[in-house]
Write a protein that binds this ligand. Structure first.
Ligand SMILES: Nc1nc2c(c(=O)[nH]1)N[C@H]1C(S)=C(S)[C@@H](COP(=O)(O)OP(=O)(O)OC[C@H]3O[C@@H](n4cnc5c(=O)[nH]c(N)nc54)[C@H](O)[C@@H]3O)O[C@H]1N2
Ligand SMILES: Nc1nc2c(c(=O)[nH]1)N[C@H]1C(S)=C(S)[C@@H](COP(=O)(O)OP(=O)(O)OC[C@H]3O[C@@H](n4cnc5c(=O)[nH]c(N)nc54)[C@H](O)[C@@H]3O)O[C@H]1N2
Ligand code: SF4
Ligand SMILES: [Mo]
Length: 730
């Protein structure tokens, strides 16, 4: 994707916002259309997208049983009537010829990807027998699961009923965990899975890495376009000139891994020049004096050699932020597992927001809310006899979710107790966990690996049993009612039938529970009965939700100034400028900076991120999206490329510090990246043979991330710590 078309995406999004006033009328039209559909043979069915975890409300058009197109749902607060390009292309997943079609049982070595097709009954009997044996021999805690996303709700339910507490997702230790721990230590609450960022009302927006526009989380990109349209002052900090940087008033090309130094220097200026929101800090802050004393040495002059950002720019940007406070939003970021000191970087970002008085304020970090829908009643889960396996002796004291790589470690070592089975739902662990060799070593210890996927992914290649799921356009899921700016309930419902013998997650999880003798945990016959009962218990109508796709809840105030309660769930019940929790646990109570390790001479730090038209490693088999971007490229600084005798369009391989060598990858020689880094989009270079269309196209960052640095606070895996040399084609 070139920059011109990226810009177009942003422009398109801005156009949508400009039309937002008309959304109500548009919604009426769309839904009226849905209601009067039958005559034309065209059905318009509301549902929500799952090409990524943002889960935008959508309306699918189906003619004579064939899926024709999918658009944003005008009533939906996430999409505002517009999907991102990935969502629009999502229909390609339904017709993907490489989909999994029936349950499979492995017939040769793990990883060789040879299977026999079996019936659902055979597959589930096979799984249940092995799960019962693991439970009898080792206890139910020795069966673990990796489950990512809403579709995994019923699998979690079955596994908790079975008795395990070892259920993790890469969205914590490999993604937003460090940020959320840093924010929770400071404000007593996290930044939210649907981030509580009031981007549209921000007058100054600071993006540290967050590459909105390539990171296509829909609402955020739309609001970013609105903020740009309203003339907000944008400050972008990134070693790479991102799409977001092209919208910035200040672009700070920071040396990778030195953001904490910049954050300390900014806070030093803001406190030193008394530019912070004193009233707010006095009212809500705890430990400000100690904090102010701690940051005193970190002047812009001190930060300059660390970050490469000159002192005057540091001062100018600090003053710029202060000028617009409290409508100054320092974006918390999302993928924050970078260098192993990430929870403290998250905390430094939280503290800078606190100085701006932006938490709880318009244009800052609003107070989200959700519609509360009661759970379907079920018997209590058995109490696990053993503690969770991923964090022995509370080694990572601030981990507040399971650590995926901790479960992997326990599986590899058998300590603190053996793990003998994994169920993997909707996460491609070969791509999402760092160090593939460790993942394979862990898998070798297992008596049972079950993978539930829609395509024959890399992790499915190692499974003993592969279960094919009906995709998001072909099934119901549990209700979607996450905390957000506007409280809502959304329904995912099938818009077309699954083409073969694929089954929805609720059906698979329920049947598995029944095979395990846990049928009492599923006191309903079918998902619609379950959904209707939950809604009724909350005072809502299933018929309304099925017809409209969305129910909006009552809107509470979202800013302190409008009456949102200013409550901080920290030990001091205040915003913790100085953290006694951290101090007690032996960590820095105010973030400190340590220099990142550098690579060997002649090597480049490997950075990675998102392309606007792909999600992770999951969309490269989708023809519609591959037509837009069929392989990735490695960004190399133009001067460095010239020195190496390389130009754009050449092919190279990357070799990392441990000898891992990538697939062939295109060179993009550009001024838009610092000389000591290279950059590539995650998710390409597929090695699974069943992914015929994506196989071998581009290179995989995951293969080069053999090294990672673990965050001592919470177990996050910093992955920006690998270095590569560039090998030209012979
Ligand atoms: N199109 C698309 N959008 C997505 C996704 C997707 O798969 N596809 N995935 C979604 C998910 S789950 C996530 S978590 C987000 C991830 O997206 P974000 O959270 O926005 O970004 P990151 O992946 O952390 O960071 C990538 C950016 O950080 C820069 N960077 C690298 N090292 C440093 C550093 O040391 N300092 C600074 N300041 N910058 C650095 C890189 O150059 C790059 O621009 O995207 C979401 N949106
Ligand atoms: N090297 C590297 N590692 C990373 C990242 C990175 O940028 N680089 N990013 C990190 C981040 S931010 C995140 S959030 C994680 C994301 O990590 P993952 O959640 O593992 O993301 P995906 O690679 O998309 O894997 C999703 C898997 O689910 C399957 N799938 C898709 N839809 C469905 C469905 O409806 N049902 C079922 N059963 N399966 C489905 C896909 O085919 C794919 O195999 O990875 C983290 N790890
Ligand atoms: S951001 Fe895009 S891919 Fe993600 S749910 Fe929304 S429309 Fe789908
Ligand atoms: Mo993520």
């Amino acid at each position: 994707m070139d920059q011109v078309s990226r810009r177009r995406f942003l422009k398109i999004s801005a156009g949508v916002i400009a039309a937002a006033g008309a959304a109500g009328a548009a919604a009426d039209r769309v839904l009226a259309g849905a209601r009067s559909a039958a005559q034309s043979g065209l059905k318009r069915i509301p549902t929500f997208c799952n090409v990524c975890f943002w889960q935008c409300g959508a309306i699918a058009s189906v003619r004579d049983g064939k899926l024709w197109k999918i658009e944003g749902h005008p009533l939906d607060p996430l999409s505002h009537g517009r999907l991102c390009p990935r969502g629009t292309g999502g229909i390609g997943a339904h017709s993907d010829p490489d989909r999994l079609r029936s349950p499979l049982i492995r017939v040769s070595e793990r990883g060789e990807e040879r299977w026999k097709a079996v019936t659902w009954d055979e597959a589930l009997t096979f799984i249940a027998e092995r799960m019962q044996k693991i439970k009898a021999d080792y206890g139910p805690e020795s069966f673990a699961a990796f489950i990512h996303g809403l579709g995994g709700t019923f699998f979690k339910h079955t596994l908790r009923a079975y008795g395990t507490n070892n259920i993790a997702a890469p969205s914590f230790a490999q993604c937003r965990g460090p940020r959320d721990v840093g924010f929770t230590l400071t404000f007593g609450d996290d930044a939210g899975a649907l981030e509580r960022t009031d981007i549209e009302n921000a007058q100054c927006l600071v993006l540290i890495g967050s590459h909105l526009g390539e990171n296509m989380h829909n609402t955020q990109v739309q609001e970013f376009a609105t903020a740009v349209g309203k003339g907000a002052s944008i400050i972008v900090v990134d070693p790479r000139f991102s799409v977001a940087a092209s919208k910035a008033k200040f672009y700070l090309p920071i040396k990778a891994g030195t953001d904490i130094a910049l954050l300390l220097a900014w806070m030093n200026v803001i406190v030193g020049e008394k530019l912070y929101d004193k009233e707010y800090v006095d009212k809500y802050g705890f430990g400000f004096e100690q904090f102010a004393a701690e940051i005193q040495p970190y002047t812009p002059e001190w930060a300059y050699p660390e970050t490469g950002i000159d002192p005057e720019t540091i001062r100018a940007t600090a003053r710029e932020m202060a000028r617009y406070r409290p409508a100054t939003l320092i974006h918390p970021g999302r993928h924050s597992s970078w260098y192993g000191d990430d929870a403290q970087r998250g905390r430094a970002i939280a503290l800078l927001n606190a100085l701006m008085g932006s938490w709880g304020r318009k244009g800052g970090l609003y107070a989200p809310s959700a519609v509360a829908v009661p759970a379907y009643p079920h018997p209590a889960y058995p109490k696990p006899a053993k503690p969770e396996v991923d964090n022995p002796n509370n080694k990572y004291p601030f981990a507040n979710e399971n650590i995926s790589t901790g479960i992997r470690e326990a599986t590899m070592t058998g300590k603190p107790y053996p793990v003998k089975g994994w169920l993997v739902y909707a996460t491609n662990l070969m791509y999402s966990l760092p160090n593939q060799a460790e993942t394979i070593r862990a898998i070798q210890q297992l008596d049972l690996l079950v993978v539930v996927d829609v395509i024959p992914s890399e992790i499915a290649g190692y499974a003993d049993v592969v279960l094919p799921e009906a995709n998001y356009l072909e099934r119901y899921d549990d209700l979607h009612a996450e905390p957000f700016k506007v409280p809502f309930i959304a329904l995912r419902q099938p818009v077309v039938e699954a083409p073969d013998d694929q089954k929805p997650n609720w059906w698979i999880a329920k049947k598995l529970a029944e095979k395990l003798g846990l049928g009492v945990y599923y006191p309903w016959n079918d998902i619609e009965e379950y959904l209707a009962a939950r809604l009724k218990a909350g005072g809502y109508s299933y018929e309304d939700l099925k017809r409209d796709g969305i129910i909006l809840g009552k809107q509470p105030p979202i800013y302190f100034e409008d009456g949102a309660p200013a409550m901080f769930d920290t030990p001091s019940k205040k915003i913790e400028f100085f953290s006694t929790q951290l101090q007690k646990a032996g960590f820095d109570p105010v973030p400190k900076y340590t220099q990142p390790e550098v690579g060997a001479a002649g090597s480049y730090r490997l950075l990675f991120g998102r392309a606007p038209v792909h999600s992770f490693s999951r969309t490269q088999t989708n023809h519609l999206l591959m037509d837009l971007l069929s392989e990735n490229a490695v960004w190399i600084n133009a001067t460095e490329a010239a020195r190496l005798g390389l130009k754009s369009g050449d092919h190279v391989r990357l070799r990392n510090q441990d000898g891992a060598v990538s697939n062939r990858i295109l060179v993009k020689a550009t001024e838009r990246i610092r000389p000591e880094c290279v950059y590539m989009v995650h998710g390409f270079g597929h090695t699974a043979k069943g992914l015929r269309f994506a196989f071998g196209k581009g290179a995989s960052d995951s293969e080069l991330i053999t090294r990672y640095k673990t965050d001592p606070l919470m177990g996050g895996t910093g992955m920006n710590v690998n270095f590569v040399t560039i090998e030209t084609e012979a």
